[in-house]
Ligand binder design. Structure first.
Ligand code: GLU
Length: 292
């Protein structure tokens, strides 16, 4: 099988060492076997994405010596594709509008009878806006949640396996589940948001629609996204997409052992460039072999 991998940064800050690691792993994995490496700019969060961060991503990736197939996919151009996926699930009766604020959710969850479980996006939604029967009529704009119980029932009624799972080739499997009986998605994950306010999509929906549109066979990303992957597998099954192979890698930490975040400019790749470090030395520091 030919490998198609991708790097999918969000232009909301400088790329740091962890991003370089992710990008180089994905690139090397494809290049080692003559496969394709693609780039996707995940700029659906218009309030945080900035053209100057995007420009810096291109500069940093070129400096690292990475090359990718054209065209680059940009999520801000993909709203019609996300709309189509939402329409499909709306027509299946799997979505409902939600008007809860974070505060409403926190208050509902502080009721004594509610036990709070953390899902991939924070506390599992208490179901305040979930209707007894699926809403009808045209799909509204605004926040839309997936009715997880209905999604599970729909998938259970097909001949697909009763377990959600995916192939993981990374070594971080103690940090997240790679398989789960389908009905457990209801209590561990709950009614996730698929369309965010003012966005017309969400990270989970866009990543699934776009990995399918780009025919990605291998997804490489940090272990922090491991817990989101069963959600992605569920969406792939609902939308009729194949499930890629996943490789969740270790998180790169700073000297003090703290996880790197976009705001920690201290470890931005640009600073290493400015200090005169070579990409080869950066690879060595990350314990990556020379570029294939
Ligand atoms: N855009 C996401 C990020 O920068 C990565 C998404 C993914 O690789 O699935 O964290």
């Amino acid at each position: 099988m030919s490998i198609v991998s991708r790097f999918a940064p969000s232009p909301t800050g400088p790329l740091h060492l962890g991003h370089a690691f992710s990008a180089m792993l994905a690139h090397d994995m494809a290049r080692a076997v003559g496969g394709d490496f693609l780039l996707r700019i995940e700029d659906i969060d218009r309030a945080r994405a900035r053209p100057e961060w995007e420009a810096l991503i291109f500069e940093d990736l070129h400096w690292l010596g990475l090359r990718w197939l054209q065209p680059v996919m940009r999520q801000s151009n993909r709203l019609p594709a996300y709309g189509e996926a939402l329409d499909m699930m709306w027509e299946m009766g799997l979505l409902y509008p939600c008007s809860c604020t974070r505060r409403d959710i926190a208050e509902a969850l502080s009721a004594p009878q509610e036990g709070v479980t953390q899902g991939p996006d924070g506390p599992v939604y208490p179901g305040t806006c979930r209707p007894a029967t699926p809403p009808t009529g045209p799909r509204p704009d605004g926040v839309l949640r997936l009715d997880m119980a209905r999604a599970v029932a729909r998938l259970s009624a097909t001949d697909m396996p009763e377990t959600l799972d995916f192939v993981e080739t990374g070594d971080q499997t103690d940090k997240f589940a790679t398989s789960l009986p389908l009905p457990r998605m209801i209590d561990t994950c709950g009614d996730i948001v698929l369309a965010r306010r003012g966005m017309g999509t969400s990270y989970h929906l866009s990543v699934v629609v776009d990995d399918a549109a780009q025919d990605i066979t291998h997804v490489t990303r940090g272990a922090d996204l491991g817990p989101a992957t069963l959600v992605h597998v569920l969406l792939q099954r609902l939308l009729g997409f194949p499930t890629p192979v996943y490789h969740h890698h270790r998180l790169i930490r700073d000297e003090a052992g703290k996880r790197l975040a976009k705001r920690d400019d201290a470890r931005a790749i640009r600073l290493y460039r400015d200090e005169g470090l070579t990409p080869a030395a950066l690879r060595a520091r990350l314990r990556l072999p020379p570029a294939p």
